[in-house]
Design a protein around this ligand. Structure first.
Ligand code: SF4
Length: 261
């Protein structure tokens, strides 16, 4: 059950102290920046806020707010605070968004650094990172390094299942997935294309890398059910072949022939 909030009663002495409020305001800001008295708002008990129009350039819709208070059984007010507040139609800056939420692919320039959080859920520690391989002989050491590198254990952190899932979703739903318009009208999917490079690991069941220099997706990860008109097995049908040129017309007339006329 919600309890109805009681509107505080406007203190009459505080409400009449418009001149005191304006004087306190003019102690702090130039007279030209202060406009009409707009309203008096009861805050609580004997506390009243007076709002004045702000005529400062660039502050359309903002209001000077001067709060006055009166002690019990006193006939004069004291000034609590003077602030500039936005009104309903004030021009405000858009809500601030932390850079981490603002950053988009392509924002990173040469030399820029974008550190990843220690607890980034897209990454997990690679448990064998930093293992001392000095105790193994050369052959064993190379064999272990090859396996750990292949599995991603040669790095401090590797992609987590969540990181892999997020990447797969992003790639699948983007312009390199089956919904892309180029894929919708493709003659066959990437899965059967000779230009598709296979990716190792579980993600390789869904994606590969396009290696066709003439395809729009060259060098990009594409889903198996993506596709394009540069598929390796595309052949032109009769209706796609260029219209044959007419027989050439041979001009047999030579200079000598002309002279005989
Ligand atoms: S050429 Fe086209 S069909 Fe072949 S892999 Fe690249 S995008 Fe897929």
């Amino acid at each position: 059950m919600t309890r109805a909030t009681k509107t505080p009663k406007l203190d009459s002495v505080g409400a009449e102290a418009v001149d005191d409020a304006r004087a306190a305001l003019l102690d702090l800001v130039p007279e030209g920046d202060v406009g009409e008295h707009l309203s008096s708002v009861a805050e609580s008990g004997k506390v009243v806020t007076h709002l004045f129009e702000c005529s400062k350039l660039g502050y359309r819709g903002w209001r000077w707010s001067v709060t006055v208070a009166r002690a019990p059984r006193q006939k004069t007010v004291t000034v609590d605070e003077v602030v500039l507040l936005p009104g309903d139609d004030a021009v405000l800056a858009p809500e601030w968004v932390p850079y981490r939420e603002r950053i988009r692919p392509g924002d990173l320039g040469p030399g820029d650094l974008l550190p990843t959080e220690e607890d980034d859920p897209r990454l997990v520690p690679a448990f064998l990172a930093g293992d001392d391989l000095d105790d193994l002989d050369d052959l064993d050491s190379h064999a272990v390094e090859a396996v750990t590198d292949e599995l991603g254990f040669g790095r401090v952190r590797v992609l987590s299942a969540e990181g892999r899932e997020l990447a797969a979703e992003r790639w699948y739903e983007g312009s390199h997935g089956p919904e892309a318009s180029i894929a919708q009208s493709a003659p066959a999917p990437c899965e059967s294309c000779g230009f598709l490079l296979k990716i190792a690991g579980p993600i390789g069941r869904l994606f590969g890398v396009c290696a066709n220099a003439f395809a729009n997706d060259d060098g990009r990860v594409v889903s198996m059910d993506h596709g394009c008109g540069a598929h390796s097995e595309v052949r032109l049908g009769k209706k796609n072949l260029p219209t044959p040129l007419p027989e050439p017309a041979l001009d047999t007339m030579r200079w000598e022939d002309l002279e005989t006329f």
